[in-house]
Each structure stands twice: as structure tokens, then as C-alpha cells.
Design a protein around this ligand. Structure first.
Ligand code: F3S
Length: 404
């Protein structure tokens, strides 16, 4: 692999142990994936932030790296942590967990990372532009950046992304290269796709069928391809099939660059109904609901406003959590939306989500969500019986306290 003088000097340890370790990781990844060189990145999103997943070994690893002088060279933000950083007590998070989680964040911030703690950095001032090279962890954000914004990132793991932040570069392979952004599958969608849960169900189905591929979707109504709809769509596809990039005819920025015919096309897929997606994400029989969770990926202000409107004059019986970035929550508060949601008994919870929080300590046994990714991981990561449906169904379940 070709390295510049500066990169070689970092690898030799001229900038200290922490930088050398980061460069060793970046170069090792580049060697594994046969990269010719490294590419500078403009932003890094680090995943693997929750103490629930990191444990003491992960915390120690981060502390040691910070103590070795590792500091990020480019703007770097964090994925959700295991708790709401400001309101963890009132939400019932255990104090010992909170202390360890705070220690994880202290290690990250010591390296110069901003504790945004959201999976939607693009909603809080970190939206890369078309063609920007970035190094992002968090599968839903990766899908959003590659597909909707036209930026370029591979699916970075936690240490890989952190290493890229410390050296300001990543290895140039995979989705950083034009040839790997060409579609591998055509998907014809022959059924209506309207609500965000429809988009989640479609994302689940497409992900299952094109696993690791680059789908090119046709026959979708471009007017329905809004960021609000595509956010859960990409998240579900990334969860069910590790899809990091998709194109939609007449809707996403790189679709018009696709040249036909495509020689490496693996198959053409027809989607005539979303029923199979809804059924797979919603396998439970009717149950009472402890928690309704909306905001996976983290909710935008527009989504929070929509929920406040739908709850007007209503009162929820189950817990209702709308997860969002703390910056978005603050904005919702200043616009009076928070008071309206809390007036109906709901909460806007920041910095975390049900997949990375220690849900077993919070007492929830059953959950309803309008997110395909949330429903996909609910049973395995949050250990809760999970229902999946539209936002209306979920809010109705919160009001009744049961899924009907
Ligand atoms: Fe974000 Fe958690 Fe969903 S990280 S995409 S809210 S599983």
C-alpha cells in the first residue's frame, strides 16, 4: 500500500504510541481489503459506545488509548450510549451502570470526540456532502450517508472508525471506490409504500434478498422518498441484509449515474406485497404492552411534532419513549413540543435507544415499535416481546396499553 511521508511517520510512531496504534489498525484493514492507499476523511462517527456492549474490557481499551495520547484529527461524533445522559435517574437506569457509562464517555471526550450520542449525526449538523469521504460506524447512518447524501463510507467497526478519526484517514477500498457503488440487484416494487412502517417492511424484505449487495429500486413514487421515510427504510435493510448503499430511480443522488446495461447484475427481484415483511417483524400474538418505542433511527423534529399532534387530548397507559438526539430534544422543548408529549404521558429520551440500553434493568417485557430495525433487534438485544406496526397502531397501543 502506498503511504505518504506523513502517514509513514505516523506508522513509525513519530507522533506517539496512540497515533501509531491507530495507523496500524488503518493499514491492517487496508491490507486485508487490498487498498492501494489511504483517503482523507472529513468526519467520523464512532459506534460501540454503550457500556452494555463494551463492558470493562472495552472501557479499559479506550482509557489506555486516550492515555497514549490519541486525539482525533477530524470532527468526530458518537453513536447512542446506554442511557439518557441527563435524565437517567428519573428513567430508572441503575447508578452503577451510569457511572461506568460516564467513564466510557470521558475516555472518548478525552480524545477530542463530541458526545453527540445519536445515530443521526446528519440531523445535528454533521451531514456530509455528495462525494465526501467519511468513516462512519452505525449501519443506519452509513446507509443514509451513502444512499441519500451520496457521501462515501464503508461499514466501519468501532476500533476502525476511531483509528480513522485519530489519523484522519481510512483505507481506500469498498464503497470509497466508484466500481463498488454500481448496483448488484434490480428491485421492482409493485405495491404501494406509504407509511414509514411500510418503508421499514420494504427495507427488511429487500435486505433479506440482496444481502451485502447494492440494490437499485424502481417503480417507487419519488414524492414518497422523503428523508423521514428513507431513514427507517435504510436502517431496516442494513439490519436484515447489511446493505450499506442503495439507489432509487429518480430519487437518490447517484441513481442517475448508473449506466445500463450492468454486467455484474446478480438478479432482478419483484416485490408485490409487504405482508411478508410485516409478518416477519411482527411474530407475536396479542399481548399487553409495557413500552411503545418510536425514534429508531433517532427521531427528527418533524417526527416529534407529528407525534405531539397525534397525542393531542390523549393520555398513554404504557410507557411511550420517543428517542432522539439531545439537540433535537432541546429544540422540541423550545418549541413547546416536549410539554405537549409529556402532557400526554410520553417522554422524549435522548442519547440512547432500546437496542443499546440495559433494558433488562428497566423492567420492560413487551414493546411495540414502528421501526423495522427496532423490531428486528428488539427480541435479541432488548429481550422484549416485540410488535411492529404503523405509528398510528403504536400510539394506539400506548393509549390502550395493549396491542390489538
Ligand atoms: Fe439508532 Fe438504536 Fe435504532 S442506534 S438506528 S435508535 S437501534
Amino acid at each position: 500500500m502506498r503511504l505518504t511521508d506523513e502517514e509513514r511517520s505516523m506508522l513509525q510512531g513519530d507522533r506517539g504510541k496512540g497515533v501509531r496504534k491507530a495507523m496500524e489498525i488503518v493499514v491492517a484493514l487496508g491490507t486485508i481489503y487490498d487498498a492501494n492507499d489511504l483517503v482523507p476523511v472529513s468526519h467520523v462517527q464512532v459506534s460501540g459506545v454503550s457500556y452494555k456492549n463494551l463492558g470493562d474490557a472495552g472501557l479499559e481499551f479506550l482509557r489506555e488509548w486516550a492515555a497514549q495520547g490519541a486525539r482525533v484529527r477530524v470532527p468526530t461524533t458518537l453513536n447512542p450510549a446506554g442511557m439518557d445522559l441527563r435524565h437517567w435517574r428519573e428513567l430508572g437506569f441503575p447508578a452503577d451502570f451510569a457511572a461506568q457509562q460516564q467513564a466510557v464517555l470521558d475516555a472518548f471526550t478525552a480524545m477530542g470526540i463530541e458526545a453527540t450520542c445519536t445515530c443521526t449525526p446528519y440531523l445535528v449538523g454533521y451531514a456530509p456532502k455528495l462525494g465526501d469521504h467519511i468513516a462512519w460506524g452505525e449501519s443506519s447512518a452509513i446507509s443514509y450517508a451513502n444512499s441519500i447524501l451520496g457521501a462515501r463510507t464503508n461499514r466501519e467497526g468501532g476500533p476502525g472508525a476511531l483509528a480513522a478519526a485519530i489519523v484522519g484517514r481510512t483505507a481506500r477500498y469498498g464503497l470509497h471506490l466508484d466500481e463498488n457503488r454500481i448496483p448488484t440487484h434490480f428491485v421492482d416494487v409493485r405495491c404501494p409504500v406509504r407509511s414509514s412502517s411500510d418503508w421499514s417492511a420494504l427495507g427488511y424484505l429487500v435486505g433479506k434478498r440482496v444481502a451485502n449487495g447494492v440494490p437499485y429500486l424502481r417503480s417507487l413514487d419519488p414524492a414518497m422518498c422523503t428523508p423521514t421515510n428513507l431513514k427507517p427504510f435504510g436502517a431496516a435493510m442494513a439490519a436484515s441484509g447489511a446493505v450499506a448503499l442503495y439507489h432509487i430511480e429518480d430519487a437518490t443522488p447517484e441513481a442517475e449515474n448508473v449506466k445500463f446495461p450492468i454486467s455484474n447484475l446478480k438478479s432482478q427481484i419483484m416485490v408485490e406485497s409487504l405482508d411478508e415483511g410485516y409478518a416477519a417483524l411482527n411474530p407475536q400474538s396479542p399481548i399487553s404492552i409495557d413500552l411503545v418505542w418510536v425514534g429508531c433511527p433517532h427521531a427528527s423534529l418533524e417526527e416529534i411534532e407529528q407525534i405531539a399532534d397525534r397525542l393531542e387530548g390523549k393520555r398513554v397507559r404504557s410507557e411511550l419513549w420517543i428517542t432522539a438526539a439531545h439537540q433535537v430534544r432541546d429544540e422540541a422543548e423550545s418549541r413547546g413540543l416536549l410539554a405537549r408529549i409529556e402532557g400526554a404521558g410520553g417522554r422524549v429520551v435522548s442519547d440512547t435507544c432500546l437496542v443499546v440500553a440495559p433494558v433488562e434493568t428497566l423492567g420492560f417485557r413487551s414493546m411495540a415499535t414502528n421501526s423495522g430495525k427496532g423490531a428486528f433487534y428488539g427480541p435479541s438485544h432488548a429481550h422484549v416481546a416485540t410488535h411492529f406496526g404503523s405509528l398510528e397502531q403504536c400510539l394506539e397501543a400506548a393509549i390502550r396499553g395493549e396491542w390489538t
